[in-house]
Design a protein around this ligand. Structure first.
Ligand SMILES: C[S@@+](CC[C@H](N)C(=O)[O-])C[C@H]1O[C@@H](n2cnc3c(N)ncnc32)[C@H](O)[C@@H]1O
Length: 267
């Protein structure tokens, strides 16, 4: 199902009332995984790093701590509302689609859940690869949204069907804004085509119980996208029932599938 509002602007709004809860839920799910992916040899003290589309900034802060006083982190976002400069962490408003990279010799460039949303993601990935220092790492992490999310337990069959219907509509809204739901699976190949080496990709998904921080993401996403979801044909009652369902402990579902790909420019 799609809303039919084709528009290639970023789907979510960092200034929306639910944005902080949405970012915290993302960060508490993903930061432990990303931190493992950025461990040595990728991240080392003294490194110059660029966090692209930094959002709530939790990874930028973690990277700044890891590189220490001799390192430097630049956190950029098209909407840096939630980013705060501190010590070796600098913040800048920057549109990765339209502006040149802020420097051209980064030891680490990390972009999580950003390129998926950008219609010109292949060109942007090449641009990021071109901003690496010799030996520098590019780490791109995305959700693979191609498959339906498997409902593990639900209070009724109708509730499971409603979950699938609302998620289908949400994916349609993302696509209408230019997102590529299968891009996560292309990143490894695109990095190889960009000339990067030492490539590796992992995927992660887990069960989420109703009422958990994980399922709260489905709820906050449904609030942020509410006008589009109503335009796509869902009713306010269906959205309210969906929100009750994802808070119900009798409900469990598999999380979004998270795909993390790393590659390095030859030293
Ligand atoms: C889903 S959030 C992910 C935030 C953060 N990377 C994380 O994983 O916690 C996507 C972020 O990308 C930013 N973004 C979207 N389009 C962008 C663009 N063209 N240039 C820079 N940032 C962009 C958004 O403002 C938002 O903060």
């Amino acid at each position: 199902m799609t809303s039919g509002t084709n528009d290639d602007t970023y789907t979510f709004d960092n200034g929306a009332p639910d944005a902080v809860a949405q970012m915290h839920a993302l960060e508490s799910f993903l930061d432990p995984i990303t931190t493992r992916r950025l461990a040595r040899p990728v991240l080392r003290p003294g490194a110059a790093c660029w966090e692209v589309g930094a959002g709530g900034g939790s990874m930028a802060r973690r990277i700044a701590r890891a590189v220490g006083d001799t390192g430097d982190v630049l956190a950029t976002d098209i909407d840096p509302t939630h980013l705060v400069a501190d010590g070796n962490l600098r913040v800048r408003r920057h549109d990765v689609r339209t502006e040149p990279p802020p420097a051209d010799a980064f030891d680490l460039i990390h972009a999580r859940l950003v390129l998926l949303h950008l219609p010109d993601r292949r060109r942007v990935l090449r641009t990021l690869a071109g901003a690496l220092a010799p030996g520098g790492w590019l780490v791109v992490e995305e959700f693979d949204c191609t498959g339906p999310l498997r409902v593990l337990t639900a209070p009724t069959d109708d509730a499971a069907k409603l979950f699938a219907q609302v998620m289908d509509a949400m994916m349609g809204v993302l696509e209408d804004h230019g997102a590529d739901l299968g891009w996560a699976q292309d990143v490894h190949t695109e990095m190889a085509l960009a000339g990067l080496t030492d490539l590796d990709t992992i995927t992660h998904s887990q069960s989420w119980a109703g009422g958990s921080t994980g399922t709260s993401l489905y709820e906050t996403n449904s609030r942020q996208l509410e006008p589009d979801l109503l335009a796509a044909g869902l009713s306010p009652n269906q959205l309210n029932a969906f929100r009750r369902l994802v808070r119900d402990p009798a409900f469990a579902v598999m999380s979004y599938h998270f795909v993390s790909t790393r590659g390095r420019l030859r030293g």
